[in-house]
Design a protein around this ligand. Structure first.
Ligand SMILES: [Zn+2]
Length: 411
Protein backbone atom coordinates (compact mmCIF):
# COMPACT_ATOMS: atom_id res chain seq x y z
CA UNK A 1 0.00 0.00 0.00
CA UNK A 2 1.25 3.49 -0.82
CA UNK A 3 2.06 6.08 1.82
CA UNK A 4 0.00 8.84 0.22
CA UNK A 5 -1.80 11.01 2.78
CA UNK A 6 -4.87 13.12 2.19
CA UNK A 7 -4.82 16.79 3.23
CA UNK A 8 -7.25 17.04 6.15
CA UNK A 9 -7.30 20.85 6.13
CA UNK A 10 -7.99 21.02 2.40
CA UNK A 11 -10.88 18.56 2.79
CA UNK A 12 -12.34 20.52 5.70
CA UNK A 13 -12.08 23.86 3.91
CA UNK A 14 -13.86 22.36 0.88
CA UNK A 15 -16.65 21.15 3.17
CA UNK A 16 -16.99 24.64 4.60
CA UNK A 17 -16.63 26.34 1.21
CA UNK A 18 -19.43 24.32 -0.43
CA UNK A 19 -21.63 24.75 2.66
CA UNK A 20 -22.17 28.32 1.35
CA UNK A 21 -24.30 26.94 -1.49
CA UNK A 22 -27.67 26.83 0.24
CA UNK A 23 -26.21 27.56 3.67
CA UNK A 24 -28.77 28.48 6.35
CA UNK A 25 -28.28 30.80 9.36
CA UNK A 26 -28.44 27.84 11.79
CA UNK A 27 -25.37 26.25 10.21
CA UNK A 28 -27.25 23.76 8.07
CA UNK A 29 -27.72 23.47 4.33
CA UNK A 30 -30.93 23.68 2.32
CA UNK A 31 -29.85 22.48 -1.12
CA UNK A 32 -32.76 20.70 -2.72
CA UNK A 33 -31.95 18.80 -5.87
CA UNK A 34 -32.01 20.64 -9.22
CA UNK A 35 -32.34 24.10 -7.65
CA UNK A 36 -30.12 27.14 -8.18
CA UNK A 37 -28.07 26.11 -5.10
CA UNK A 38 -27.60 22.65 -6.58
CA UNK A 39 -26.42 24.22 -9.85
CA UNK A 40 -23.88 26.32 -7.96
CA UNK A 41 -22.34 23.39 -6.11
CA UNK A 42 -22.34 21.29 -9.30
CA UNK A 43 -20.55 24.05 -11.22
CA UNK A 44 -18.05 24.29 -8.39
CA UNK A 45 -17.42 20.52 -8.44
CA UNK A 46 -17.07 20.44 -12.21
CA UNK A 47 -14.50 23.27 -12.13
CA UNK A 48 -12.49 21.55 -9.37
CA UNK A 49 -12.44 18.24 -11.28
CA UNK A 50 -11.50 19.87 -14.58
CA UNK A 51 -8.67 21.72 -12.85
CA UNK A 52 -7.29 18.28 -11.97
CA UNK A 53 -7.42 17.16 -15.60
CA UNK A 54 -10.57 15.08 -15.18
CA UNK A 55 -13.21 14.71 -17.89
CA UNK A 56 -16.70 15.41 -16.59
CA UNK A 57 -19.60 13.53 -18.18
CA UNK A 58 -23.23 14.25 -17.31
CA UNK A 59 -25.98 11.76 -18.07
CA UNK A 60 -29.61 12.38 -19.00
CA UNK A 61 -30.64 12.50 -15.32
CA UNK A 62 -27.87 14.90 -14.30
CA UNK A 63 -25.69 12.26 -12.64
CA UNK A 64 -22.10 13.60 -12.86
CA UNK A 65 -19.06 11.40 -13.55
CA UNK A 66 -15.54 12.91 -13.40
CA UNK A 67 -12.89 10.55 -14.79
CA UNK A 68 -9.17 10.73 -13.98
CA UNK A 69 -7.20 8.73 -16.55
CA UNK A 70 -5.20 5.70 -15.42
CA UNK A 71 -2.21 3.94 -16.89
CA UNK A 72 -4.33 1.24 -18.52
CA UNK A 73 -6.72 2.92 -20.96
CA UNK A 74 -8.75 -0.29 -21.42
CA UNK A 75 -9.54 -0.76 -17.73
CA UNK A 76 -12.85 0.35 -16.24
CA UNK A 77 -12.58 3.02 -13.53
CA UNK A 78 -12.84 2.50 -9.79
CA UNK A 79 -15.60 4.87 -8.72
CA UNK A 80 -16.23 6.78 -5.52
CA UNK A 81 -18.82 9.38 -4.61
CA UNK A 82 -22.18 10.13 -3.07
CA UNK A 83 -24.61 13.06 -3.43
CA UNK A 84 -24.55 16.86 -3.07
CA UNK A 85 -28.28 17.44 -2.58
CA UNK A 86 -29.68 17.83 0.95
CA UNK A 87 -32.94 17.63 2.83
CA UNK A 88 -34.81 20.97 3.37
CA UNK A 89 -33.25 21.04 6.85
CA UNK A 90 -30.02 19.28 5.89
CA UNK A 91 -26.55 19.41 7.37
CA UNK A 92 -23.03 19.87 5.99
CA UNK A 93 -22.01 16.20 5.80
CA UNK A 94 -24.77 13.85 4.62
CA UNK A 95 -23.72 13.00 1.06
CA UNK A 96 -21.41 15.99 0.70
CA UNK A 97 -18.62 14.28 2.63
CA UNK A 98 -18.62 11.33 0.24
CA UNK A 99 -18.26 13.56 -2.83
CA UNK A 100 -15.70 15.95 -1.36
CA UNK A 101 -13.61 13.12 0.12
CA UNK A 102 -13.53 11.62 -3.38
CA UNK A 103 -12.38 14.99 -4.69
CA UNK A 104 -9.72 15.06 -1.96
CA UNK A 105 -8.50 11.63 -3.14
CA UNK A 106 -8.15 13.00 -6.68
CA UNK A 107 -6.36 16.11 -5.42
CA UNK A 108 -3.96 14.03 -3.34
CA UNK A 109 -3.05 11.84 -6.31
CA UNK A 110 -2.70 14.89 -8.54
CA UNK A 111 -0.38 16.64 -6.08
CA UNK A 112 1.78 13.51 -5.88
CA UNK A 113 1.76 12.99 -9.65
CA UNK A 114 0.51 9.45 -8.97
CA UNK A 115 -1.07 7.56 -11.86
CA UNK A 116 -3.22 4.56 -10.90
CA UNK A 117 -3.41 1.55 -13.20
CA UNK A 118 -7.17 1.82 -13.60
CA UNK A 119 -8.82 5.21 -14.08
CA UNK A 120 -10.61 6.73 -11.08
CA UNK A 121 -14.08 8.21 -11.23
CA UNK A 122 -15.88 10.64 -8.94
CA UNK A 123 -19.69 10.37 -9.01
CA UNK A 124 -22.33 12.87 -7.87
CA UNK A 125 -25.73 11.15 -7.96
CA UNK A 126 -28.78 13.36 -8.58
CA UNK A 127 -31.70 13.48 -6.10
CA UNK A 128 -30.48 11.03 -3.47
CA UNK A 129 -32.64 12.60 -0.77
CA UNK A 130 -35.95 12.26 -2.57
CA UNK A 131 -37.42 15.20 -0.69
CA UNK A 132 -38.14 17.27 -3.84
CA UNK A 133 -38.77 14.38 -6.24
CA UNK A 134 -39.91 11.08 -4.74
CA UNK A 135 -38.62 8.47 -4.17
CA UNK A 136 -35.10 8.72 -2.77
CA UNK A 137 -32.10 7.42 -4.72
CA UNK A 138 -34.11 7.46 -7.93
CA UNK A 139 -31.21 8.42 -10.22
CA UNK A 140 -28.75 5.80 -9.00
CA UNK A 141 -31.78 3.52 -9.21
CA UNK A 142 -32.32 4.46 -12.86
CA UNK A 143 -28.59 3.92 -13.47
CA UNK A 144 -29.05 0.38 -12.14
CA UNK A 145 -32.18 -0.17 -14.22
CA UNK A 146 -34.66 -0.06 -11.33
CA UNK A 147 -36.55 2.97 -12.74
CA UNK A 148 -37.26 4.01 -16.34
CA UNK A 149 -35.57 7.30 -17.28
CA UNK A 150 -38.72 8.64 -18.98
CA UNK A 151 -40.67 7.96 -15.80
CA UNK A 152 -38.13 9.85 -13.66
CA UNK A 153 -38.16 12.86 -16.01
CA UNK A 154 -41.95 13.17 -15.69
CA UNK A 155 -42.10 13.16 -11.90
CA UNK A 156 -43.44 16.43 -10.43
CA UNK A 157 -42.32 18.24 -7.30
CA UNK A 158 -44.84 19.76 -4.85
CA UNK A 159 -45.18 22.84 -7.12
CA UNK A 160 -45.91 20.68 -10.18
CA UNK A 161 -42.49 21.35 -11.75
CA UNK A 162 -41.34 18.23 -13.56
CA UNK A 163 -37.95 16.66 -12.93
CA UNK A 164 -37.01 17.06 -16.59
CA UNK A 165 -37.86 20.77 -16.62
CA UNK A 166 -35.93 21.40 -13.39
CA UNK A 167 -32.93 19.51 -14.78
CA UNK A 168 -32.91 21.57 -17.98
CA UNK A 169 -33.46 24.71 -15.92
CA UNK A 170 -30.09 24.32 -14.20
CA UNK A 171 -28.32 23.17 -17.36
CA UNK A 172 -27.58 19.62 -16.22
CA UNK A 173 -29.62 17.58 -18.70
CA UNK A 174 -26.61 15.72 -20.02
CA UNK A 175 -26.23 13.82 -23.26
CA UNK A 176 -24.85 10.51 -21.93
CA UNK A 177 -27.54 7.79 -21.81
CA UNK A 178 -28.29 6.74 -18.23
CA UNK A 179 -26.26 3.64 -17.39
CA UNK A 180 -23.81 4.18 -20.26
CA UNK A 181 -20.98 5.54 -18.09
CA UNK A 182 -19.43 2.34 -16.79
CA UNK A 183 -17.21 1.70 -13.79
CA UNK A 184 -15.78 -1.46 -12.27
CA UNK A 185 -16.47 -0.91 -8.56
CA UNK A 186 -18.04 1.71 -6.27
CA UNK A 187 -16.93 3.06 -2.89
CA UNK A 188 -19.05 5.54 -0.90
CA UNK A 189 -17.97 7.35 2.25
CA UNK A 190 -20.88 8.59 4.36
CA UNK A 191 -21.63 9.71 7.90
CA UNK A 192 -23.19 6.85 9.83
CA UNK A 193 -26.50 8.68 10.51
CA UNK A 194 -26.76 6.54 13.62
CA UNK A 195 -25.16 6.45 17.08
CA UNK A 196 -23.18 3.17 17.03
CA UNK A 197 -19.67 4.33 16.04
CA UNK A 198 -19.78 7.35 18.33
CA UNK A 199 -21.11 5.26 21.21
CA UNK A 200 -18.33 2.69 20.78
CA UNK A 201 -15.67 5.35 20.12
CA UNK A 202 -14.78 3.69 16.82
CA UNK A 203 -13.55 5.77 13.90
CA UNK A 204 -14.39 3.69 10.83
CA UNK A 205 -17.45 1.62 10.00
CA UNK A 206 -16.66 -1.10 7.44
CA UNK A 207 -20.09 -1.35 5.85
CA UNK A 208 -20.91 -4.95 4.93
CA UNK A 209 -24.40 -4.29 3.62
CA UNK A 210 -27.67 -2.44 3.96
CA UNK A 211 -30.66 -3.65 5.93
CA UNK A 212 -33.70 -4.96 4.14
CA UNK A 213 -36.78 -2.86 4.70
CA UNK A 214 -40.53 -3.43 4.46
CA UNK A 215 -43.21 -0.79 4.90
CA UNK A 216 -46.84 -1.47 5.79
CA UNK A 217 -50.10 0.39 6.25
CA UNK A 218 -52.49 -0.99 8.88
CA UNK A 219 -56.17 -0.23 9.41
CA UNK A 220 -57.77 -1.33 12.68
CA UNK A 221 -61.56 -1.65 12.48
CA UNK A 222 -63.52 -1.20 15.70
CA UNK A 223 -66.90 0.27 16.44
CA UNK A 224 -67.27 3.94 17.33
CA UNK A 225 -69.46 4.19 20.44
CA UNK A 226 -70.47 6.53 23.25
CA UNK A 227 -67.69 6.88 25.82
CA UNK A 228 -70.14 7.17 28.71
CA UNK A 229 -72.71 4.51 27.95
CA UNK A 230 -70.64 1.69 26.43
CA UNK A 231 -69.30 -0.64 29.17
CA UNK A 232 -65.62 -1.55 28.91
CA UNK A 233 -66.33 -5.22 28.26
CA UNK A 234 -68.64 -4.49 25.33
CA UNK A 235 -66.29 -2.11 23.51
CA UNK A 236 -64.54 -2.77 20.22
CA UNK A 237 -61.89 -0.07 20.69
CA UNK A 238 -59.65 0.25 17.63
CA UNK A 239 -57.12 2.45 19.42
CA UNK A 240 -56.73 0.02 22.33
CA UNK A 241 -55.93 -2.69 19.78
CA UNK A 242 -53.50 -0.37 17.99
CA UNK A 243 -51.77 0.28 21.32
CA UNK A 244 -51.41 -3.48 21.90
CA UNK A 245 -49.93 -3.80 18.41
CA UNK A 246 -47.43 -0.96 18.85
CA UNK A 247 -45.96 -2.74 21.86
CA UNK A 248 -46.14 -6.15 20.17
CA UNK A 249 -44.20 -4.81 17.16
CA UNK A 250 -41.60 -3.41 19.52
CA UNK A 251 -41.19 -6.89 21.04
CA UNK A 252 -40.86 -8.38 17.53
CA UNK A 253 -38.03 -5.99 16.69
CA UNK A 254 -36.23 -6.85 19.90
CA UNK A 255 -36.80 -10.62 19.58
CA UNK A 256 -35.46 -10.81 16.02
CA UNK A 257 -32.53 -8.46 16.38
CA UNK A 258 -34.08 -6.11 13.85
CA UNK A 259 -35.93 -2.81 14.15
CA UNK A 260 -39.69 -2.25 14.08
CA UNK A 261 -41.18 1.23 14.12
CA UNK A 262 -44.69 2.60 14.22
CA UNK A 263 -44.06 6.18 13.12
CA UNK A 264 -47.57 7.34 12.32
CA UNK A 265 -50.87 6.70 14.01
CA UNK A 266 -54.23 8.38 13.55
CA UNK A 267 -57.75 7.98 14.90
CA UNK A 268 -60.39 8.52 12.20
CA UNK A 269 -62.98 11.08 13.38
CA UNK A 270 -61.19 11.42 16.71
CA UNK A 271 -63.27 12.77 19.57
CA UNK A 272 -62.63 12.73 23.30
CA UNK A 273 -65.96 11.17 24.18
CA UNK A 274 -66.13 8.55 21.43
CA UNK A 275 -64.58 5.06 21.61
CA UNK A 276 -62.24 5.04 18.56
CA UNK A 277 -63.90 3.16 15.70
CA UNK A 278 -61.05 3.18 13.18
CA UNK A 279 -57.31 3.69 13.52
CA UNK A 280 -54.63 3.94 10.82
CA UNK A 281 -50.99 3.19 11.54
CA UNK A 282 -47.75 2.61 9.66
CA UNK A 283 -45.11 -0.02 10.32
CA UNK A 284 -41.46 -0.01 9.21
CA UNK A 285 -39.58 -3.32 9.63
CA UNK A 286 -35.82 -3.64 8.95
CA UNK A 287 -33.32 -6.45 9.27
CA UNK A 288 -29.98 -7.23 7.56
CA UNK A 289 -31.08 -10.80 6.73
CA UNK A 290 -33.90 -11.66 4.34
CA UNK A 291 -35.01 -14.74 6.30
CA UNK A 292 -35.22 -12.79 9.55
CA UNK A 293 -37.18 -10.00 7.86
CA UNK A 294 -39.60 -12.61 6.58
CA UNK A 295 -39.87 -14.07 10.08
CA UNK A 296 -40.62 -10.61 11.46
CA UNK A 297 -43.44 -10.22 8.97
CA UNK A 298 -44.88 -13.60 9.98
CA UNK A 299 -44.66 -12.61 13.64
CA UNK A 300 -46.60 -9.43 12.82
CA UNK A 301 -49.30 -11.48 11.12
CA UNK A 302 -49.49 -13.77 14.16
CA UNK A 303 -50.09 -10.74 16.39
CA UNK A 304 -52.90 -9.56 14.13
CA UNK A 305 -54.56 -12.99 14.52
CA UNK A 306 -54.52 -12.88 18.35
CA UNK A 307 -57.87 -14.10 19.73
CA UNK A 308 -58.02 -11.24 22.24
CA UNK A 309 -57.99 -8.75 19.33
CA UNK A 310 -60.68 -10.57 17.33
CA UNK A 311 -63.28 -7.87 17.96
CA UNK A 312 -61.21 -5.36 16.02
CA UNK A 313 -60.00 -6.91 12.75
CA UNK A 314 -56.82 -5.45 11.23
CA UNK A 315 -56.01 -5.03 7.53
CA UNK A 316 -52.29 -5.16 6.72
CA UNK A 317 -50.97 -3.88 3.37
CA UNK A 318 -47.29 -4.07 2.44
CA UNK A 319 -46.43 -0.88 0.52
CA UNK A 320 -42.68 -1.27 0.00
CA UNK A 321 -40.18 -4.11 0.00
CA UNK A 322 -36.46 -3.38 -0.31
CA UNK A 323 -34.42 -6.58 0.09
CA UNK A 324 -31.23 -6.60 2.17
CA UNK A 325 -28.02 -5.77 0.30
CA UNK A 326 -24.80 -7.66 0.96
CA UNK A 327 -21.78 -5.74 -0.26
CA UNK A 328 -18.98 -7.37 -2.25
CA UNK A 329 -16.48 -9.24 -0.08
CA UNK A 330 -13.49 -7.91 -2.01
CA UNK A 331 -14.62 -4.29 -1.67
CA UNK A 332 -15.43 -4.76 2.01
CA UNK A 333 -11.97 -6.26 2.56
CA UNK A 334 -10.39 -3.27 0.78
CA UNK A 335 -12.14 -0.90 3.19
CA UNK A 336 -11.02 -2.97 6.19
CA UNK A 337 -7.42 -3.05 4.92
CA UNK A 338 -7.56 0.68 4.16
CA UNK A 339 -8.62 1.49 7.72
CA UNK A 340 -6.07 -0.91 9.23
CA UNK A 341 -3.22 0.52 7.14
CA UNK A 342 -3.92 3.95 8.61
CA UNK A 343 -4.24 2.57 12.14
CA UNK A 344 -7.87 3.57 12.70
CA UNK A 345 -10.18 1.70 15.05
CA UNK A 346 -12.81 0.00 12.91
CA UNK A 347 -15.73 -2.40 13.08
CA UNK A 348 -18.07 -4.02 10.62
CA UNK A 349 -21.50 -2.40 10.46
CA UNK A 350 -24.72 -2.79 8.46
CA UNK A 351 -26.30 0.41 7.20
CA UNK A 352 -29.70 1.12 8.65
CA UNK A 353 -30.42 3.81 6.07
CA UNK A 354 -30.71 3.59 2.30
CA UNK A 355 -27.91 4.94 0.07
CA UNK A 356 -27.12 5.24 -3.64
CA UNK A 357 -24.74 2.32 -3.10
CA UNK A 358 -27.78 0.06 -2.62
CA UNK A 359 -28.46 0.51 -6.33
CA UNK A 360 -24.80 0.65 -7.39
CA UNK A 361 -24.40 -2.76 -5.73
CA UNK A 362 -26.95 -4.19 -8.16
CA UNK A 363 -24.60 -3.60 -11.08
CA UNK A 364 -21.02 -3.53 -9.71
CA UNK A 365 -19.08 -4.72 -6.64
CA UNK A 366 -19.62 -2.03 -3.99
CA UNK A 367 -18.86 -1.14 -0.39
CA UNK A 368 -19.22 1.85 1.91
CA UNK A 369 -17.22 3.53 4.67
CA UNK A 370 -18.96 5.13 7.66
CA UNK A 371 -17.58 7.75 10.04
CA UNK A 372 -19.25 8.84 13.30
CA UNK A 373 -21.60 11.80 13.44
CA UNK A 374 -22.46 13.69 16.59
CA UNK A 375 -25.33 12.09 18.54
CA UNK A 376 -26.12 10.03 15.43
CA UNK A 377 -27.98 13.03 14.01
CA UNK A 378 -28.60 13.70 10.33
CA UNK A 379 -31.22 15.47 8.20
CA UNK A 380 -30.78 18.24 10.76
CA UNK A 381 -28.79 21.51 10.72
CA UNK A 382 -27.02 20.28 13.87
CA UNK A 383 -25.59 17.33 11.92
CA UNK A 384 -21.89 17.29 12.77
CA UNK A 385 -18.74 15.26 12.14
CA UNK A 386 -15.26 16.13 13.41
CA UNK A 387 -12.47 17.21 11.04
CA UNK A 388 -10.41 14.24 12.26
CA UNK A 389 -13.17 11.72 11.52
CA UNK A 390 -13.84 13.24 8.08
CA UNK A 391 -10.12 13.00 7.33
CA UNK A 392 -9.99 9.39 8.56
CA UNK A 393 -12.86 8.50 6.27
CA UNK A 394 -11.16 10.16 3.30
CA UNK A 395 -7.85 8.43 4.07
CA UNK A 396 -9.59 5.06 4.28
CA UNK A 397 -11.31 5.84 0.97
CA UNK A 398 -7.95 6.73 -0.62
CA UNK A 399 -6.33 3.54 0.65
CA UNK A 400 -9.19 1.32 -0.48
CA UNK A 401 -9.59 2.91 -3.90
CA UNK A 402 -5.85 2.89 -4.56
CA UNK A 403 -5.53 -0.79 -3.68
CA UNK A 404 -8.37 -1.67 -6.03
CA UNK A 405 -7.20 0.63 -8.83
CA UNK A 406 -3.65 -0.72 -8.81
CA UNK A 407 -4.42 -4.41 -8.39
CA UNK A 408 -3.36 -6.60 -11.27
CA UNK A 409 -5.57 -9.66 -10.87
CA UNK A 410 -7.70 -10.51 -13.93
CA UNK A 411 -10.74 -8.41 -14.83
ZN1 LIG B 1 -26.86 10.67 2.18
Amino acid sequence: MSNLTIDADRLWSSLMETARFGGTPDGGIRRLTLTEEDRQVRDWLRAQCEALGCTVTVDALGNMFATRPGGDPDALPIAMGSHLDTQPTGGKFDGVLGVLAGLEVLRTLDAAGYVTRRPLMLVNWTNEEGSRFSPAMICSGAYAGAFAVEDVLKRPDAQGIRFGAALEGIGYAGTAPVGSVKFAEMFELHIEQGPVLEHEETTIGIVTGVQGMRWYDLVVEGVAAHAGTTPMKLRRDALATAAELVLAFRRIGLAHGGVATVGEIGVVHASRNVVPGEVHLTLDLRHPEAAALEAMERAVEAELARPDLAGTPVRLTRTWDSPPVVFDAGCVAAVAAGAAAAGYSAREIVSGAGHDSVYAARVVPTSMIFVPCKDGLSHNPAESATPADCAAGAQTLLNAVLARADRTDPE
